[in-house]
Design a protein around this ligand. Structure first.
Ligand SMILES: Nc1ncnc2c1ncn2[C@@H]1O[C@H](COP(=O)(O)OP(=O)(O)O)[C@@H](O)[C@H]1O
Ligand SMILES: [Mg+2]
Length: 386
């Protein structure tokens, strides 16, 4: 609340062309306990004074020569754009009241002055004014707090995206190592052939060219793997149209090898080729998260014919991808918490619990789609709609 001493310390400006009136008002104010009173008999100075001092209250006479109270209010309105100007109009003519209100006056005191009326109106108006000021500062600091909190949250989101990317990246580095082992071995053999055959009858220009070509093909393939990998880690800034089936094929190429090693089959059944307008790399990140989870589930619940089935099709103007496994599904007690940040049933060295949370953020917040899960009876089915 506003206490009395704040009110009595408020800055007040008295504007009246007649010295007697100015003195009378000053006297009334100081006898009521007000301590910060300024006065002027020149209406043309009011705007400058207000700009410098931002008074809490202006007692303004309406009828003055040269520039009347209405003109003064016009000027004040032009300089005070953020807030209102606390003008209390002094008038002898009741007919002026409406016009003064329209010009921006907040209240009136009538001439001849009535001591009680003047004191009460000034007190009330200052109380409102100070409350308003307090509210303004409060609002500003509230806005500041909200801004800061939002920034913190955004940064946290950003960190989670990175953390999830690191998990996926670690997975992919493993796969690159995997994908390179075979061509590297072959490349080694090809290179060793050259000195072995040198000098023998089979060593010819054709032999040399054939082997060089083979080596170049292998190098080309390995270089392509690295390019794909690097492209994946460029975060998309602008939405682009991309093919769902291509996104799936690309994601599968990153991880196929490790799934084969785990004896997990993957079957993709495309129907048509729906397009998405969005972020292809982020979309692939979602696919990889879901596929990696299915692999983990299949590793944990060993089944004979471990299989992940992917369907892609269009439904109205939406693209739908479902990824189904046969690892037994998700317990009812936890299925509602699956997309919560940090929710994981895996050991601390295996799970972070952010994969599905991030995936939901990417699909729903960034691309306006829907990501959901259900049990099929044999396993879990994730459905991505964009
Ligand atoms: N296909 C699935 N089958 C069974 N449980 C799953 C499957 N996919 C996800 N989950 C469950 O959801 C949890 C959260 O997944 P996720 O957010 O990717 O975190 P993380 O993989 O690090 O644990 C997993 O710990 C697992 O319990
Ligand atoms: Mg995961």
């Amino acid at each position: 609340m506003i206490n009395l001493s704040d009110i009595l310390n408020a800055n007040i400006l008295v504007v009246d062309d007649q010295e007697a009136n100015v003195r009378l008002l000053e006297q009334m104010l100081s006898s009521a306990g007000y301590v910060s009173i300024t006065s002027t008999m020149d209406p043309r100075k009011v705007c400058d004074l207000y700009l410098k001092n931002r008074y809490d209250l202006i007692l303004l006479d309406l009828q003055m020569p040269g520039m009347d109270g209405f003109q003064v209010m016009e000027g004040l309105k032009a300089i005070e754009t953020d807030s209102y100007v606390p003008v209390l109009v002094i008038t002898a003519q009741p007919g002026h009241k409406l016009r003064a209100l329209e010009a921006g006056a907040k209240d009136f005191i009538s001439k001849p002055f009535d001591l009680v009326e003047v004191k009460t109106r000034i007190h009330n108006m200052l109380e409102v004014r100070l409350l308003y000021k307090k509210l303004e500062t409060y609002n500003n600091s509230l806005e500041q707090t909200v801004l800061e909190r939002t920034k913190e949250l955004l940064q946290k989101d950003q960190m989670l995206i990175l953390q999830d990317r690191l998990v996926v990246m670690g997975e992919m580095i493993n796969n690159i190592a995997h994908q390179w082992r075979q061509p590297l071995n072959t490349l080694g053999l090809v290179v060793q052939l050259v000195p072995t055959y040198y000098g023998s009858a089979e060593f010819s220009r054709e032999f040399l060219e054939e082997n060089t070509e083979k080596a170049m093909e292998l190098i080309q393939h390995m270089s392509q793997t690295i390019d794909d990998f690097r492209d994946f880690f460029k975060a998309g800034k602008e939405k682009v149209a991309f093919s769902v089936n291509q996104a799936i094929a690309r994601s599968l190429s990153f991880i196929e090898q490790s799934f084969t090693d785990h004896k997990i089959g993957i079957a993709h059944h495309p129907e048509g080729d729906p397009l998405i307008n969005g972020y292809p790399n982020e979309y692939a990140q979602v696919l990889l998260n879901i596929l990696m989870n299915a692999r983990d589930a299949l590793d944990e619940n060993i089944v004979d014919d471990a299989l992940i089935t992917i369907h892609s099709f269009a439904e109205g103007d939406r693209s739908v991808v479902t990824i189904t496994d046969n690892a037994g599904g998700i317990a009812d007690e936890i299925i509602d918490r699956l997309f919560d940040p940090y929710f994981t049933t895996k050991g601390p060295d295996k799970g972070t619990g952010i994969g599905l949370f991030m995936s939901k953020t990417i699909i729903e917040k960034n691309m306006g789609g829907r990501l959901s899960v259900r049990n099929t009876g044999r396993g879990a089915e994730f459905r991505i709609e964009v």
